[in-house]
Design a protein around this ligand. Structure first.
Ligand code: TPP
Length: 375
């Protein structure tokens, strides 16, 4: 694992090697990852790899209109998600967190409902899963997470509960880190010691803009010093290192020490979304040089080298993942539309007169055109 003060990049992306070093982290240390942690990481990362690749095919086949792939970010997503306790903590994803959602137990058909344009944000129940809806507003989830985390300290009236605070983890990209909202969120969280982990997936790109063209200094973790937030930069393609780094950050927040930043250096191997053509802004040679080690293959190699699991067990995980992707495909195909009236019914607890008027207009229009009331 790379921690602050050591080498800052997981691979050779131009410019980042010269970035200022983050401050020396004072996050608590945690138990080393176990063999069963590694097996769980591999099982989940394999499932995520299959689902993610399948989702691109589903878009090409017209089953879903759009999807934002997370290819190459499996270690960052699964490693970080396994560090939180979804029974008590709360996860705030962006639009690229299929791996996080899968690791937190979100139903994958309900997850894909957003990409099928069936339901905004996903059909799963955030109150039950402790995974917030998919957030397409860049940096939006960061503000929500800080608000939720601040709520934990308010509810505790500033007294650290015996079992520590419930912790929010918010996902953001290197591009999002350039938004003003993230400055406000980090500053607020540090001032009020909100128990929140800012988990940055620095995947090298914000759509077509490389990190070094939009993150001053080239490192998000380095900014922690300005807020007094401990920050750790980690090889985001090393699942075990990500798990350890995030556990340290969660332990810090849980103990009432306030926020922490984890910056996972990884690479967006696919397009920004299925509507994007990376060939317009980077070459295959760039991708080959910058992507670093494939996180799934890397973990597989470690298993074989350390004798943790044999090829048969690994192949079993692959077969299970392929079968799961097929089950999800059938579920996504079967997803029907939602009642259009929900557009109005689920906006406010008590609808406004204006909203009721709009709903009545809409109902009259759909009756007139003999359209289905399903959106
Ligand atoms: C507030 C806002 N501004 C702009 C966009 C358009 N947009 C969508 S994704 C994206 C890039 C985000 O890059 P990054 O935060 O690095 O995350 P990544 O997509 O690489 O996972 C932009 C500019 C948006 N969705 N929301």
């Amino acid at each position: 694992m790379q921690t602050s003060g050591q080498s800052t990049t997981a691979h050779g992306r131009a410019g980042l090697a010269d970035a200022p070093r983050p401050p020396l982290s004072d996050l608590p240390s945690v138990e080393p990852v176990t063999g069963s942690d590694l097996v769980e990481l591999y099982r989940l990362m394999t499932a995520v790899r299959h689902l993610d690749l399948a989702a691109i095919s589903w878009q090409r086949q017209g089953i879903v209109p759009a999807y934002a792939p997370e290819l190459g970010q499996e270690a960052a997503q699964v490693g970080s998600a396994l560090a939180v306790d979804p029974k008590r903590d709360f996860v705030f994803p962006t639009y690229r967190e299929l791996g996080v959602a899968r690791a937190c137990g979100v139903d994958m058909v309900e997850y894909m409902s957003t990409h099928k344009a069936t339901w905004h944000g996903g059909l799963w129940n955030p109150a039950e899963t402790h995974v917030a809806p998919i957030q397409a507003v860049v940096a939006g989830s960061v503000l929500h997470a800080v608000g939720w985390a601040h709520g934990q300290t308010l509810e505790a009236h500033g007294e650290l509960p015996a079992e520590g605070y419930n912790v929010a983890i918010t996902y953001l990209g290197d591009g999002a880190s350039s938004q003003g909202d993230v400055h406000e969120a980090m500053n607020f969280a540090a001032i009020f010691k909100a128990p929140v982990v800012f988990f940055v997936q620095n995947n090298g790109w914000a759509i077509s803009v490389p990190t070094e063209r939009q993150v001053a200094g080239g490192s998000v973790a380095a900014r922690g010093a300005g807020y007094g937030i401990p920050a750790i930069q980690v090889d985001g393609n090393d699942a075990a290192a990500v798990l350890t780094a995030t556990r340290r950050a969660v332990a810090h927040a849980r103990a009432g020490q306030g926020p922490a930043i984890v910056e996972a250096m990884t690479y967006r191997r696919g397009p920004h979304a299925t509507s994007d053509d990376p060939g317009r802004y980077r070459s295959l040679e760039d991708e080959r040089l910058d992507a670093g080690a494939d996180p799934v293959a890397r973990l597989r190699e470690r298993f074989v080298a350390e004798g943790i699991a044999d090829a048969a067990a690994l192949n079993e995980a692959d077969d299970a993942a392929a079968a799961e992707a097929e089950r999800v495909r059938r579920g996504v195909l079967a997803l029907g539309g939602r009642p259009g009236a929900e557009m109005f019914d689920l906006v406010f607890q008590e609808p406004t007169d204006e909203l009721l008027r709009q709903k009545a207009n809409w109902q009259a229009e759909t009756e007139w055109h003999e359209e289905s009331e399903h959106a």
